[in-house]
Design a protein around this ligand. Structure first.
Ligand SMILES: [Zn+2]
Ligand SMILES: [Zn+2]
Length: 401
């Protein structure tokens, strides 16, 4: 290699970056600390809006490192530095009502509660980033805001944080989720739609109860409910454009108690998912039309309530591209992460400011870390958590340049 080329390639390599301040090396130095925080959070999981212990520990560290703190219930908005630009980094802190089945020293000490989605890891990773950023504050040419939010699991904690001012003055936001469908240590970056929008529905068909042997004297809601469930399956297969994506799942039905009694009513509920707003609207409209049509056809009354819980998580293409460049610059492994029909309340932040939701691969077959999110045997490959920390610090450093 000619000497000019060699010098050029050295200049491009992470080695040269390390001569000054390198987030990857800094994160490596506190790898064990990040793991010990994660284990502590893992042993004492707290459900949505109950994150008292977790947020207290987070707040104590951040105060000690010089952050200014604003409390939003069990959530924390922590700022450091100032300048023209502000970047926000977000972690969620809540656990799930699941009994852990892992046999590990850091197994959940709280019966019936478990960090089965990896939010313990998110909190530990961002805490690590907070420590590095505070210790090298002079390297950051602007303000860094850390958002530790409650209640991601069905509680829309993000909305509470936004109402509490989490996005005021913020120019860009990034968040991480550990990801079982990616090999350990790979950062998953995706432009555009990443996670789906989610909604719930519940309803009932109401007729007239009677003797099971005299259906002509009753108005039986059960055959009607069977029709409704099948008809709902035609919304995605017959109404939604085949190029688009949607899900309608009836997940619970309830009617009657006895073998010889026709019940008065039949209840149902379920979830729907979509990536585009117009698909969500179409699904909602068709669910209502079908329920009404089935009720009329069977001489029944119907009730249906439909709530949109979470909008789709759509990554800003420019910010996803920026994240890719940052990963490249610091020699972090990255790849494309496929979209999923799961949902994430990070979408509420992305509706308001540009940013990207990133994935950190934690699947490690050799270590037996293969169980999906929300499974009682879910675990994360702790040895890569510092890479998430490194990426968070690097995103802040590069965005504020
Ligand atoms: Zn989850
Ligand atoms: Zn999660």
């Amino acid at each position: 290699m000619p000497i000019e080329r060699l010098i050029f390639s050295l200049l491009q390599s992470p080695l040269v970056v390390s001569m000054t301040f390198n987030p990857v090396f800094e994160a490596e130095k506190i790898k064990d600390l990040i793991i010990s925080w994660r284990r502590d959070f893992h042993m004492y999981p707290e459900l949505k809006y109950e994150e008292e212990r977790t947020s207290k520990i987070v707040e104590e560290h951040l105060r000690e490192w010089g952050y200014s703190i604003k409390r939003v219930g069990t959530g924390i908005i922590a700022d450091i530095g100032d300048g023209e630009k502000t970047i926000a980094l977000r972690a969620d802190m809540d656990a799930l009502p699941i009994q852990e089945e892992n046999d590990v020293p850091y197994k959940s000490r709280i019966p019936g509660k478990m960090h089965a989605c990896g939010h313990d890891a998110h909190t530990a990773m961002l805490l690590g980033a907070g420590k590095i950023i505070a210790e090298h504050a002079e390297e950051f040419n602007g303000r860094v805001r850390l958002i530790f939010q409650p209640a991601e699991e069905g509680g829309n904690g993000a909305v509470k944080m936004i109402e509490g001012g989490a996005l005021e003055g913020v120019n860009a936001i990034f968040g991480f989720h550990v990801w079982m469908d990616l090999p350990s240590g790979v950062i998953g970056i995706r432009e555009g739609p990443f996670l789906a929008g989610a909604g719930i529905f519940s309803g009932k068909l109401v007729g007239k109860g009677g003797h099971g042997a005299a259906p002509h004297e009753a108005r039986d809601p059960l055959p009607a409910l069977a029709e409704l469930i099948l008809a709902y399956q035609t919304i995605v297969s017959r109404n939604v454009d085949p190029i688009e994506t949607g899900v309608v799942s009836v997940t619970s039905v309830h009617a009657g108690t006895a073998f010889n009694v026709i019940p008065e009513k039949a209840e149902f509920k379920g979830t729907f998912r979509f990536f585009k707003g117009e698909v969500g609207e179409l699904i909602k409209r068709r669910m209502d039309e079908i329920a009404r049509g089935v009720a009329i056809a069977h001489n029944l009354e119907y009730e249906l309530s439909i709530d949109e819980l979470t909008p789709p998580t759509i990554n800003d293409p420019e910010m996803a591209g920026f994240a890719r460049k940052v990963a490249e610059k610091y020699g972090l492994k990255y790849g494309e992460v496929p979209p999923t029909m799961g949902a994430e309340d990070f979408s509420f932040y992305l509706q308001r400011v540009p940013g990207a939701f990133l994935a950190l691969g934690i699947r490690n077959e050799e270590k037996g870390i293969i169980y999906p999110h929300h499974h009682p045997k879910f675990d994360v490959d702790e040895d890569v958590l510092h890479l998430g920390t490194a990426m968070e610090v690097a995103l802040a450093l590069e965005f504020l340049r």
